[in-house]
Structures are given as C-alpha cells and as structure tokens.
Design a protein around this ligand. Sequence first.
Ligand SMILES: [Zn+2]
Length: 492
Amino acid sequence: MAEGATGDLAAMEYEICIGLETHVQVKTRTKVFCACPTEFGAEPNSNVCPVCLGYPGSLPVINEEAIRKTVLAGMLVGAKIARYSKFDRKNYFYPDMPKNYQISQYDLPLVIGGTVEYDFGIVDKKRLGETKVCHLTRIHLEEDVGKNFHFERTSGVDFNRAGTPLMEIVSEPDLSSSDEAFAYLTALKEILIYGGISDCDMEKGQVRCDVNISVRPKGQKELGQKVEIKNMNTFSGVRHAIDYESQRQIETLRRGGKLVQETRRWDDVAGVTESMRTKEHAHDYRYFPEPDLLPVSLSEEWLAEVRKLVPELPSAKRKRMVERYGIPLYDAGVLSADAALADYFEAAAKASKNPKSVANWICNDLLRDLAEAKLAIGQSPVKPPHIAELVELVDSGRISSKIAKDVFVEMFKTGKAPAAIVAEKGWVQVSDTGAIGKFCDEVIAANPKIVADFKAGKEVALNALTGQVMKLSKGKANPQAVRDALRAKLTG
Ligand SMILES: [Zn+2]
C-alpha cells in the first residue's frame, strides 16, 4: 500500500490475523514436579510442599504422566514429537509464583507443529461440514502458578494450583475472525477431552487463552502490529474481545493513527479491551536451562506405547458415522461430541436395522431426558440394546410411534426392556380391522358435523376423525389402518 495515500485510509479494507496461546491443565493425579495432589477446591494451601512452594534446596522431579499426555496431545494433532527436549526457567516476579521463576520450555519444546481442523457448523448450523485448518507452532509443558485472592483489607495467595501441569498450545496466526477462533477452540477442546488429556472444565479454569491479534491491509504479506490480550477464560469472552479489538485496530488505522505493541486486558463488563502494559520482549524473561531437571529423552519404545493410546478423533468419527450408518452430519456431530455417547450410539446402531431412527431417539429423547435428570450417558437407565428394540417395535408395526414415546418414558423411568413394558401395559398396536372398525363406528356416530364436512369434500375432516379414533383407542390403533377404515366406511 502506498504511503501518504491518506485520502484512501478510511476506505481501506483490512484483514484480521489471530493466533492463540491456549493453556490447558493436563489431567494428572499429582503435580508436575512434586507429589502433591492436583485436586480442585481443596482448603487453600493444603496441597503444597517445599517443591511447589519454592523452598530453597528442594528439587523438582518430573511427572511422567504429564509428559505422556502432552506427547499424546501432539500425536492427536499430527505433530512432530521431539525425541529430545528440555525445561527452562522463565524468570519473572509475581506474588502467585513462589520461586520467582516458572519452569517452562523455551527453545526445545516437546511437540512441534501439528494442525487442528475445525468446522463452521459450531457457529452456524447452515455451514456444517465446511472446515478449515489452523496450524500449530508448538506445544510445551510448564507448571501453573498459584492464585491471588483480594479481600476487603488484605490479599492472600493460594498455592494449591502452583505446580499443576499446564500445556501451552501455540497456534500460528491462521485464524481470521472471532468465529474461526471460537470454532478452533471448540475443536481443540473436543480433541483434548477425547484423548483423556484434560477435562477442559472452563468453570475450574482448566482452559485459559491469550489472544494475539493484528490487522493488515488486504493483500499485504507481513503481519500488522501485534497486540496481546491476556488471560481469557471463556470462549465467548475470546469472541467478544476479538470483535472489539479488531475493530479498534482497524478504526485506529483508518483515522491515520498508529498501533503499538502492547498487552491489553478484556473488561467483560464494559465490553472493551484496555492497555495493561507495552509488551516486554521475550528476552526480558531471561530464560535459561533448568539446572535441577535432566533433559527429556524419549525412546522409540516409549513413544510406541503412547501411540497405542491414540483414539479415533471426532472429525474422523463423524465422517465414518455418516458413511456407515447413513445418518445426517448434524446427528453425527451431536453423537460424536462425546466419546462415550458415540460408543453408546454405535452399540445401539449395530444392533438395529434402522440406525437413522436409533440416532433420532438418542439425539432427541434420550439426551433431553438425561439432561433433565442431570445424568451422564454412562449413567443412562436406558441401555443401547433397548433403543434398538424400541425402533424394531415401531418398524414392525407392533406399536405406533405415539405409543413408542410413552414406552420410552417408562424405559427411562424403570430401565426395563421396551418389549416387556409393551406386554405389561398391553400397549400393542391394534391393527385388527374388527377392533378398529368398532372404534370408527363410534366416532362416526358421535360426530355427524365432521362426517358431513368430509362427505361435502373437506378432506381435512378425515384427520379430525382419525384423531378421535386414536384417542378412543388410547393411541394403540394403527393410524394408517384407521384412515383406511374411516374412508371405506364413509365412501363405501
Ligand atoms: Zn508440592
């Protein structure tokens, strides 16, 4: 773009470049460099020891499980796993960090590269199946810090969280809108939960995010001036902060202003970002190798064992489900969002000739009732073979789909098999023409006005009569048989 073309500034088109640094708590029983439990919500400063309190002379010992899960995360995103990596000290001073340095990884991280594929269906149902890829720079392992609490007259620090393993997943600036950032984070979270790497519980602060954002004139190769927004802890916050900050930057440039490299914070209440400080450079942290920990060297055998833990990923599972079971992509998305739910569906679908109907029952009725009862899929009183059996009862005409709804309610309440419930309650669908004929006669006799309407050519009147017969049969009559019988009686 030509310098001095100030007249065109206001009309200039910009594009937004976003990279995310996502901190995710790794799911381990104990902390990353000591044996203290990682349990959430314990009495302040009860899960601490000389190591995580940074006492002089105490020595860190690496938790193998934290390394394993970080490496597994790398495998899940198709990254290169470093055979040799090391830990470094990142020096800075803050009350929530007792050692005045954080053990992290600088130039030799555990995981290099990788990609995360995300689907726009998460931001707009109509765009389901439209995917894009975000490249990762690296994933490294570090320790979390403590937590500051500010009371009316004093402040306190809880070190329970200090030393909890934290994975930092750094993306390239591939994302170009708040929607893309949101879809990327959602996909990343799904992958990490699938792999058992983290629970990604946002309410417990297990996922936090720094947003790097810049804007540049459309077509320009180099990135614009980068601004970092620190410590976002909700995905919706990330979305709003990006929308606000990108607009702020574009407007500043359009007015002929200059952007400075800085760190900003998002004020969720005011809905604005505000400057915290102009950015320190990386060398301000005076990184140097952690002298108390040996470098990490991973053997081929060890890596092969980790590779065995790699599950089928959600996106692959969705594609396979659509192909194998012929269900809509939307249903496959719902069902694959949770590995246990996907397994449940597949168990039921394999036992059924009609997987599409199985998917319907699970996506609508089962998930609704589980949510109401606050139960996880693993606690479902309805088991997969029972869903298959219910579908079969409907498809074979033994019960109507209306009765099936009642059967499902009983199944959820009692855990009994649907066929047993149908037998017990006498809910078998009546297709017997004699019985249906009797109901029809009764309804015809009781509704002379509607009958006259139908005879006068009002076809919809038949629906009203069918409804009456269904009601009289307590939903047990086969609706098609009822329509046929009514028509025969009224026209014959
Ligand atoms: Zn400890």
